[in-house]
Design a protein around this ligand. Structure first.
Ligand code: GLA
Ligand code: ZN
Length: 685
């Protein structure tokens, strides 16, 4: 439970009452009750109103609305407003505004325009957090604290440079060590004095947008360390505010709303610091549901499977995409349940009432410009609120029990996408998605873990494009395989250490022994160029040829069994897929990117070997997940298609939680429909 003051799901929105006259507040409350809202987030962007000048705080309006909400049974997710400092602050303390990647010092404006290493920003953000925490000490309305809003903007100013140097001193201790770890003998980068170190940006080592829209760099070790440093600087800002809040609120959980699967922040580190992870999900209508599912699974993984909170989604359209389509009828409800199906214990929206002015006025809200709830979206919101209330605490706190996991790692993400060669198309999340999608299609649950996570509960661990690995990670993965696990990795993995320095002796240096192979060459295929992989009998009885693309490697097999070979080019007949026995387990290598059908064959084979079964077998448009609590399991069946679908349920009897009906044999689900099943008598099997 996020907070036992709310026994069921959190349901509500970002509320900006200070954008409105007070007369409207009563009407807000009325409509909140219509939709079953039990919590609102405020005052996310009200720093200027709460602190009109340096030594003046005004909480009177906030007290008033807070009391009104609480008297009406609506709890508060109390937000510190530190994502948008007041103009007077930027003006008087100019070190607070950011310097961007081109070296341009920003003036006041926009939001998230603060330097995380500005001492003035740190001081003022702590101070407002302390004032609020003290002022609202023992306030029974508060169920959660929400620090800042979507951290993630980097800064490249002189204060950041100084802080970076200190961070490097703590990490590397001596310059000799730093020069060695960074490989500074390349292009005469040797550092003789700490103060010679510049931050990596457009004026030094970064080429903004040079790699198919992503940033390139001349010097990966510096660039990757700066990302680690910036993620940590922003985390220090978060922790500073948390420290102040904790002095007055010992029990209330604290979170920050994470912006998607943010490339800027090492989110596993953030998960460790949040009491509950919360995030903002804004998929476009064009995305496949598996891409949204993947992001939910990453978020759930940040706190090792603990339920999370969906802090923001739009009830319908957004404003910041090029084309802001409405969510089609039923889609908001479907995506809300998808989020719960992957581990959420609350569904919140941005925002409560649609703004009148500025850039978000055409972003949907729970109260539209029409002003009332008698709209398509209004009715959908009321229905969802009612259903979530009826579910009470049934699903709350239940967990996904996956037997398979995919490894994800932020340093690797940075390393892979800063890499100059072998291919600009080597984007990390797309490579992960190839394998994720195979599990998704097979209706087999997956966790997302780090290379150094405890892997003992898993039977299968997959590490697509795990290019960068630390010694600890190698040890951890080897132990997993020795104990009997199946490890699957792909081309261009195990190549470098955590500073992007190549592990010598033939690729993949880190995993050569584990995989029983070595790679002599890594060939990059042009877009639209394909090769083929012919499967061997050990993989499938009816040998077939599948397409592959992107990268093909020239593999020397040493101890492994060959499961597939390339069909073309000068490496025709060479191993493309290998399987090696190591200790009690197996290590599998896929030396190219096969078409989805072949990835599915591989995933199916290894799941079967480990008796990992689909939850139910259905067609592709149906998504199925399971959450388990004590003796109950909850099976979510989500119909992403526009037609009726049937799912066979095997020989057990189930209750449809939303309709209260008993189900046997099969269930039919309408377009964009949702069914949540539980066993008739409760209890597993
Ligand atoms: C983000 C922010 C919100 C709002 C929404 C709009 O998620 O946190 O304040 O701007 O985007 O989609
Ligand atoms: Zn800075």
């Amino acid at each position: 439970m996020i907070n036992n003051k709310i026994k069921g799901f959190f349901y509500g929105a970002d509320y900006n009452p200070d954008q409105w006259n007070e007369e409207i507040w009563e009407e807000d409350i009325r409509q909140m009750k219509v939709h079953g809202v039990n919590v609102v987030t405020l005052p996310v962007f009200s720093w200027a109103k709460l602190q009109p000048s340096e030594n003046e705080f005004d909480f009177s309006w906030l007290d008033k609305i807070l009391n009104l909400l609480y008297e009406n049974g609506i709890f508060i997710n109390m937000a510190t407003p530190t994502a948008a400092q007041p103009a007077w602050m930027s003006k008087k303390y100019p070190d607070i505004t950011r310097t961007d990647i081109y070296g341009r010092k920003r003036k006041h404006g926009g939001r998230v325009n603060f330097c995380p290493n500005s001492l003035n920003y740190r001081k003022f953000s702590r101070a407002i957090a302390k004032e609020m925490a003290e002022h609202y000490k023992d306030n029974p309305a508060i169920v959660l604290w929400h620090v800042n809003n979507e951290y993630g903007a980097y800064c490249y100013c002189e204060n950041c440079r100084k802080a970076f140097i200190q961070w490097l001193k703590d990490k590397y201790t001596t310059l000799e060590n730093l020069n060695r770890c960074w490989y500074t003998s390349f292009w005469g980068h040797t550092v003789y004095d700490w103060d010679e170190i510049e931050v990596p940006y457009a004026l030094t080592e970064i080429l903004p947008g040079a790699l198919a829209g992503r940033d390139g760099t001349y010097f990966q070790p510096i660039a990757i360390d700066y990302k680690r440093f910036m993620s940590n600087s922003l985390l220090e800002c978060f922790n500073g505010e948390v420290e102040e809040i904790r002095k007055y609120h010992k029990e209330t959980p604290i979170t920050t709303n994470i912006w998607s699967i943010s490339h800027e922040l090492d989110l596993f580190r953030w998960g460790e610091q949040c009491d509950i992870v919360s995030w903002d999900s804004y998929p476009s209508n064009k995305e496949h549901p598996s891409e949204i599912a993947f992001r939910h699974d990453v978020i759930r993984g940040l706190k090792k499977g603990k339920p999370f909170l969906l802090m923001e989604q739009t009830p319908s359209q957004q404003n910041w995409q090029a084309y802001n389509a409405q969510k089609r009828p039923g889609v908001m409800r479907l995506l809300s349940y998808q989020c719960i199906a992957h581990g959420a214990d609350g569904i919140m929206f941005f925002q409560w009432r649609q703004s009148l002015g500025a850039c978000e006025k055409y972003h949907a809200a729970m109260v539209p410009h029409a002003g009332h709830e008698n709209t398509r979206i209004g009715r959908e919101l009321t229905q969802l609120g009612r259903e979530l209330k009826c579910l009470q605490d049934k699903i709350i706190d239940s967990r996904t029990e996956a037997k398979a996991a995919i490894i994800m790692n932020w340093s690797n993400w940075w390393g892979v996408e800063y890499s100059s060669g072998p291919s600009v198309d080597l984007t990390y999340l797309d490579r992960i998605m190839k394998y994720y999608k195979a599990f998704y299609d097979l209706k087999i649950p997956l966790d997302i873990v780090e290379p150094t996570s405890d892997l003992s509960r898993y039977e299968i661990v997959i590490a697509p494009l795990l290019y960068m690995v630390s010694d600890d990670a190698i040890e951890n993965i080897k132990n997993f395989v020795s104990r009997g696990g199946t490890f699957i990795t792909t081309f261009f993995s195990g190549i470098v250490n955590e500073n992007d320095i190549v592990r010598l002796g033939g690729y993949p240096g880190a995993f050569k022994e584990l995989l029983g192979i070595w790679v002599e060459e890594v060939d990059a295929l042009y877009p639209n160029m394909k090769n083929g992989i012919k499967t061997e009998e050990q993989l499938e009885e009816n040998q077939k040829i599948y397409e592959c693309q992107l990268i093909c490697e020239v593999v020397h097999n040493e101890n492994a069994i060959v499961l597939g070979t390339f069909t073309e080019d000068y490496y025709q007949g060479c191993a493309a897929i290998t399987e090696n026995s190591y200790g009690n387990g197996k290590a599998v290598y896929v030396a190219s990117e096969p078409e989805d059908n072949l990835i599915k064959v591989l995933v199916e084979k290894y799941c079967k070997e480990k008796n990992i079964e689909p939850i139910f077998k259905t067609n592709a448009d149906i998504e199925i997940t399971r959450r388990v609590k004590e003796n109950n399991e909850y099976i979510f069946i989500l119909n992403h298609s526009n037609s009726y679908q049937k799912v066979s349920l095997g020989d057990k009897l189930y209750t449809d939680l939303l309709k209260g009906e008993v189900l046997a044999n099969e269930v039919e689900i309408g377009p964009k429909g949702v069914v949540i099943l539980t066993h008739l008598k409760g209890g597993l099997k």
